[in-house]
Structure formats: structure tokens, C-alpha cells
Design a protein around this ligand. Structure first.
Ligand code: TYD
Length: 207
């Protein structure tokens, strides 16, 4: 049985990830069978509980290192209990956000160092790296607009321009450093154009 492929959609909020998820899932379904579609933080009942705890407002501060550890606690559960077993069965996995979010938000955004993140990544993700990561990109002003339009604001949505700029730059830096695994998607393009670009990329990569 051939191992499944692990595809990640990541990037700044409001750049169209959620709209593209079902379209990419359709493409996978037609060619490679039913995919597992999932998200981080979360994806399993236990990891979703960690997500709720991590994103909620609390009456006391959540120290940045605690937040980082909770992201990776959820990731560990998700990888062990859902992602790795699916890939081993030969199923494809399509995941909304992964490790790059930790580098972008807990690292660049909040001014945390990359070293602890890289260490956690080495322990928890290890060789289970995605085969392909689409980074959805959008200028920060557009991100702010879309975040403001959204109804539910979680703790992470109340960010300032400087924060979002650092997050966006981190994604672009990471994508530029490894063009074999990353593909930057211009989220300002019409939805159908974005879908076409993504599908062309998938066809070329996994023909
Ligand atoms: P999500 O619901 O996917 O946000 P959005 O719909 O805005 O894309 O993710 C929730 C938040 O979690 C998002 O603001 C990014 C944050 N996050 C981190 O800070 N670190 C991480 O490692 C992950 C996976 C997510």
C-alpha cells in the first residue's frame, strides 16, 4: 500500500484557506480516494479540547511558552491519533494549518525565539513533514479588513498591524527558503483563479 500524501494549507487569516479546502478535497477524492480533512490546533476530540482551551479568553494571562506547548500538545495528539495512521493506511490528509503557524504566530508574531519551536518540531513532527504546503498570502491591510468583517473573534484575531506584518513575513520567509515543499498562493486573486492555480500545482506535483 502506497503511503498517503500530507497536504497543508497555511498562511494569514482571511486569505481564502477555508474556501479552497473543499475544492482541494474534491480533487483528491477523484484521484486518490476519500481524504482526511482536518485542522490545527485540533482535529481529534482531545486535540479539539486543547484548541478550545488555547484559543479561549482567560481571566489570567497565558504565558507565551505555555501557548506554544499547547499548540504542540494538540499537534502531537493529532499526528499520532489521526494524521500518521491515515497516511500509513494510504489515505491522503488535507490539513488547515500546521507547524508554519507556530513559527509565524508564536515565533515571529509574538516575538518568540525559533529555537524552542524547532526543537519541538524535531521531537513531535520529526519525519512526518507535509509533502506540500500552500501558503495563502494577502497584504496586511486586506487581512485586517477580513478579520474585522468576521463575526466571531477569538483571542488570536485581536491583532495589530505590526503583529500581522511579522506573521505574514514569517510565512513568506519560510516559503522562500524551501521552494520544493512550499507554494505561495496570492489570496487577492478571484476564488476560481486560486483553485485553478492550486489544482495545476497538485497535478504537476503528484501526476
Ligand atoms: P483557525 O481557526 O484556522 O484561524 P483562521 O480561521 O483565522 O485561519 O486557527 C485558529 C488560530 O490559531 C489562528 O489565529 C492561528 C492560531 N495558531 C497558532 O497561533 N499557532 C499554531 O501552531 C496553529 C496551528 C494555529
Amino acid at each position: 500500500m502506497m503511503r498517503g500524501r500530507f497536504i497543508v494549507l497555511d498562511g494569514v487569516e482571511g486569505a481564502g484557506k477555508s474556501t479552497q479546502m473543499p475544492r482541494i478535497a474534491d480533487w483528491i477524492r477523484k484521484r486518490h480516494g476519500e481524504p482526511v480533512t482536518t485542522r490545527e490546533p485540533g482535529g481529534t476530540p482531545l486535540a479539539e479540547q486543547i484548541r478550545a482551551l488555547t484559543l479561549a479568553d482567560h481571566d489570567e494571562p497565558l504565558p507565551p511558552m505555555a501557548e506554544l506547548l499547547m499548540m504542540f500538545a494538540a499537534r502531537s495528539v493529532h499526528l499520532e491519533n489521526l494524521v500518521a495512521p491515515a497516511l500509513d493506511r494510504g489515505q491522503w490528509v488535507l490539513c488547515d494549518r500546521f507547524v508554519d503557524s507556530s513559527y509565524a504566530y508564536q515565533g515571529a508574531g509574538q516575538g518568540g525565539r525559533d529555537e524552542p519551536i524547532a526543537w519541538l518540531e524535531a521531537q513531535i513532527v520529526a519525519a512526518r513533514q507535509p509533502d506540500l504546503v500552500f501558503i495563502f498570502d494577502l497584504p496586511v491591510e486586506r487581512v485586517m479588513e477580513r478579520v474585522r468583517q468576521r463575526q466571531a473573534m477569538d483571542r488570536f484575531d485581536r491583532a495589530d498591524t505590526g503583529f500581522l506584518q511579522r506573521v505574514r513575513d514569517a510565512y513568506l520567509r519560510r516559503a522562500a527558503a524551501d521552494s520544493s515543499r512550499y507554494c505561495v498562493i496570492d489570496g487577492a486573486q478571484p476564488v476560481d483563479v486560486v483553485s485553478r492555480v492550486i489544482i495545476e500545482h497538485l497535478e504537476a506535483r503528484f501526476a
